[in-house]
Design a protein around this ligand. Structure first.
Ligand code: FES
Length: 143
């Protein structure tokens, strides 16, 4: 099994979108598979020395869960595999608000997406748009 710190660029799932929202870090939320885990007071915040465009620390993206950072959802469906997705729901454009229980929820009308962005439950009929992310220096960065 690969740890996040040993990831190469090949291990990171690269989406097809342009990750222009890398600096839009306001409204960051963290949800994970382990509800007992302590909350990070600065979720998505860059550590000193972290890449300037860091979306989150790789260690803060739980396996089987994810974090929402601005307009980007970063998930880790399986250990060492990171997925970047648009946080904009494909149904009517609300921002998805929760990553929980292995899925991504939009509370506007109840759509639910898999950690890879696929639709699990409508009314959305299209997957969340992919956004390119990669691991750099222990952080998830756009691009
Ligand atoms: Fe997300 Fe309607 S906008 S379910």
């Amino acid at each position: 099994m690969t740890t996040s710190s040993a990831l190469s660029r090949r291990d990171v799932v690269l989406g097809a979108g342009v990750a222009a929202a890398a600096v839009a870090v306001a409204g960051c939320s963290t949800y994970g598979a382990d509800p007992a885990a302590p909350a990070d007071p600065t979720p998505g915040g860059a550590e000193p020395g972290a890449p300037a465009q860091a979306l989150a620390k790789a260690a803060d993206v739980p396996v089987g869960g994810g974090v929402i950072v601005g307009d980007t959802v970063v998930t880790q469906p399986t250990a060492g595999t990171y997925v970047g997705l648009s946080a904009t729901c494909t149904h009517a454009g609300c921002k998805v608000t929760k990553v929980q229980d292995g899925g991504i929820d939009c509370v506007c009308h109840g759509s639910r997406f898999a950690l890879d962005g696929a639709v699990l439950k409508g009314p959305a009929s299209k997957p969340l748009a992919a956004k390119a992310v990669r691991v750099e220096g222990g952080s998830i960065v756009a691009g």
